[in-house]
Design a protein around this ligand. Structure first.
Ligand code: 8X3
Length: 253
């Protein structure tokens, strides 16, 4: 029977790339996000390529909406073996002394509490499958800090803490926990959300970087980790472009 994979934040970027890739690997993908118009296009694309996917409207900041995702998972055509907690994002690049409380609240709600809500809602199904995998897409920002990144790095550090805690708590049960920490990834929306639609500022992050990672590179890592034999747990995977040796060490031409 086909295994079911759930991907949150599937309407764009790493989420959409992961949904496409997991469908190509043979999963029936539940592609979850708020923007159903985008999901419809993604599902059509996956089906045209011979894969299987279902769009599920889901806002990870809403308990009710996440409950709806669990209901959709229960109706899916197979055991739910994989959850990719990908929904997230950054807002602002202000120092702690002047950061917006509203921006910080949004980052906590989407990245941290979103991961908590979705994981709690889907864990019973993942465990019932007898071979579950939870992927948490954190960031290199979950391992280091940088100026102006206070709210985002705090949220990503929290996701990293959730991944580690969950792995301890689930030890002995049939669900593994994988943390993926991408560095500099150029996606169509991450920078636009962070800089409130300022395309020039968003593009500036990648100025002179020969080849930043793209969403497919991260999807490739997620798919590889999630398709190892079930007794193999890739705890953490850090992936950066060749031009980025560390958060502040980026080769620009
Ligand atoms: C995004 C990586 O460097 O913008 O998760 O914080 S960074």
């Amino acid at each position: 029977m086909t295994s079911v994979a759930i991907v949150t934040g599937a309407s764009s970027g790493i989420g959409a790339a992961t949904a496409r890739r997991l469908a190509a690997e043979g999963f029936h993908v539940l592609a979850a996000a708020r923007r159903t118009d985008r999901l419809a296009g993604l599902v059509a694309e996956i089906e045209a390529a011979g894969g299987a996917a279902t769009a599920v409207e889901c806002d990870v900041t809403s308990d009710e909406s996440v409950a709806g995702l669990a209901t959709a998972a229960a109706a899916a055509p197979g055991p739910v073996t994989l959850l990719v907690n990908n929904a997230g994002g950054a807002r602002g690049l202000d120092p702690v002394e002047s950061g917006s409380v509203g921006d910080w609240q949004w980052m906590y709600d989407v990245n941290v509490l979103g991961t908590l809500r979705v994981t709690q809602a889907l864990l019973p199904a993942l465990e019932a499958s007898g071979a579950g995998t939870i992927v948490i897409v954190s960031s290199t920002a979950g391992r280091v800090v940088y100026e102006g990144g206070g709210g985002y790095t705090a949220a990503k550090h929290a996701q990293t803490a959730i991944a580690g805690t969950l792995r301890l708590e689930l030890c002995g049960r049939p669900v593994r926990v994988i943390e993926i920490d991408p560095g500099m990834v150029r996606t169509e929306e991450f920078g636009l959300v962070r800089f409130d639609g300022d395309a020039e500022r968003a593009a500036g992050v990648y100025a002179g970087v020969a080849e930043p990672l793209v969403a497919d590179d991260v999807a490739d890592c997620i798919a590889w980790c999630a398709t190892r034999p079930q007794h193999v747990n890739i705890d953490q995977l850090v992936v950066r472009p060749l031009a980025q040796a560390a958060q502040h060490k980026v080769h620009r031409v």
